[in-house]
Design a binder for this molecule. Structure first.
Ligand code: PMP
Length: 408
């Protein structure tokens, strides 16, 4: 099986935790790194490190090349042009850039911003701030009982007053893909721009920003087997050109005088200060790693894991799964609770068995309110997970109620 080979690429997965093999099922929070990513990052620091766009010397030129090559690779990955790719620190910063630069400039009093109640806080709080500053109105789309956004709900909430739609392609709690095509077509009718949070989609499926015709898209390197501290924002050229800068300072200018400034061209206008080039090189290596496996293989494997895990979980009568429990719609994430057990207790007992899952509100508190829970457990999968990992999760879950003295 290819996973046995893949695991060998990931030093962190060869570790023992609590005397047991680590079963890492918190990939929606952050993924582990293959040796290829670690090597590329180390090699950059050993051979090419300087401040890009500054030095005229050869080493500085190599750093600039590394920075711009990484941008090219990200552009190809999203099926767009390098000038439409901005490097940030993470998805959160990418979304804040759009909120502060596009939102504060172009959203006006009485305009509506449409977003799903399932948004991660990083695709909600910046829009709350824009709405407050500009007197705009937040309109929430609510999923149906199975966790999906229906056509009816989309048509009802995205209308003539909507100026911006902010939506996650895949929810970090429900693991379901939003009907992006329908949302974009409705937004076009309304004349609204679409901001797509791809943090949980790019690890599991190809994203073609041109085909989807979204205006902005954001993701984080660290959820895609790349280093922390690097994020990506895609923006349509015509929008980026008319937007004011987000952060300002060195490297984003053309010229500065005592009382005036002209800004650099895109994308540099949005990249103030020294960049995390080592991290960008690591992200480029992560993209190469994903391409070397191929999304067809990744998706087939993850579908198999989802089917296997959901099938096993459904056999346990005291487990509640949030969102439609069907592998067909799931992308890497299964959130659940065990009846009468606090999710933190479940996660602690699983940890003792060497199984790492996340418990909490997953930075999606409005969704927790909507589901009428305060927290849940989340098992999230990646290319290196196996059916044996699922077996470990299930056997751990079967022990939880017994350990809590609640019987089976
Ligand atoms: N959006 C979604 C859907 C996420 O899952 C996350 C991370 N959990 C984020 C945004 C924020 O990502 P980051 O912390 O890397 O900025």
């Amino acid at each position: 099986m290819i996973q046995n080979k893949i695991i060998q690429d990931f030093p962190a997965l060869l570790m023992q935790e609590n005397g047991k093999r680590l079963v890492y099922l918190d990939n929606a929070a952050t993924t582990q790194h293959p040796r290829q990513v670690l090597d590329a990052t180390i090699s950059y620091y050993e051979k090419d490190n300087a401040n890009p766009h500054r030095g005229v010397y050869e080493l500085g030129a190599r750093a600039t090349k590394a920075h711009e090559n990484a941008r090219k690779s990200v552009a190809e990955f999203l099926h767009t042009e390098p000038e439409e790719i901005i490097f940030t620190q993470n998805t959160t910063e990418s979304l804040n850039l759009v909120a502060y630069s596009y939102g504060l400039e172009f959203i006006k009093e009485g305009d509506e911003i449409a977003l799903s109640v399932a948004e991660h806080h990083s695709n909600l709080v910046p829009w709350q701030r824009v709405a407050k500053a500009k007197g705009a109105v937040l309109k929430f789309l609510y999923p149906d009982e199975s966790g999906h956004l229906t056509d009816e709900e989309i048509e009802k909430k995205i209308g003539s007053k909507t100026r911006l739609v902010a939506i996650a392609e895949v929810s970090n709690v429900l693991g379901l893909r939003a009907p992006v095509e329908k949302i974009v077509s409705q937004a076009r009718k309304a004349g609204a721009v679409v901001v797509l949070d791809c943090a949980q989609s790019v690890p599991h499926m190809p994203v073609d920003v041109k085909k989807l015709d979204v205006d902005f898209a954001a993701f984080s390197s660290h959820k895609l087997y790349g280093p922390m501290g690097v994020g990506v924002l895609y923006g349509k050229k015509e929008l980026l050109e008319k937007m004011p800068p987000f952060l300002s300072g060195g490297d984003m200018i053309q010229s500065v005088h005592e009382q005036s400034v002209t800004y650099g061209e895109i994308p540099r206008k949005f990249e103030a200060g020294t960049r995390n080039v080592g991290g960008e090189v690591g992200l480029e290596a992560a993209i190469q790693y994903i391409n070397s496996i191929g999304y067809d293989e990744i998706m087939a494997h993850e579908r198999d894991l989802m089917e296997y895990a959901i099938g096993k979980l459904k056999e346990i009568p005291y487990v509640t799964i949030y969102g439609e429990a069907s592998a067909q719609y799931r992308h890497g994430v299964i959130s659940f609770n065990i009846n009468d057990v606090h999710p933190h207790d479940t996660a602690s007992i699983l940890d003792a068995e060497g199984v790492a899952v996340r418990a909490g509100h997953h930075c999606a508190q409005p969704l927790m309110d909507y589901l009428k829970i305060t927290a849940c457990c989340r098992a999230s999968f990646a290319i290196y997970n196996t059916r044996e990992d699922v077996d470990m999760l299930i056997s751990g879950i079967r022990n939880v109620r017994r350990y809590m003295g609640l019987g089976n």
